[in-house]
Design a protein around this ligand. Structure first.
Ligand SMILES: [Zn+2]
Length: 115
């Protein structure tokens, strides 16, 4: 199943392959501020429909995750990184996916603040 997503203004548009499952709600200083609800999948499941250069990128801490956001409207639809095995991963902010009912998703709390 293909999920479509975008930032608010549409400068960043993308598709993700796969069935949306449980989402991670992390309380670290970054996720909490942005209100991320994250769905983790492989980077190769994500197809960008807009040029990569159009995205702004934020990194912090160990700088292993590229948190992409829209320089126009400020929405942050996903971040790309690597898992401990070295595979490239994507963390999709499901708030930026079209037509989903957030109340139907199970939120798994993650204590990022203390890990
Ligand atoms: Zn935008």
């Amino acid at each position: 199943m293909t999920q479509k997503g975008s930032c608010h203004c549409g400068r960043i548009s993308f598709e993700v392959e796969g069935q949306l499952g449980d989402v991670i709600e992390c309380n670290c200083s970054h996720c909490q501020r942005k209100g991320y609800l994250l769905w983790f999948t492989g980077r190769d499941q994500v197809k960008l429909l807009t040029p990569e250069e159009d995205m702004a990128t934020y990194t912090f801490n160990r700088h292993v995750i590229q948190h992409h956001f829209c320089p126009v409207c400020g929405c942050a639809p996903f971040g790309f990184g690597k898992d401990p095995q070295g595979n490239t991963t994507a963390a999709i902010n499901v708030r930026c996916i079209e037509g989903i009912d957030l109340d139907k998703l199970t939120r798994i709390p993650y204590d990022g603040r203390n890990s």
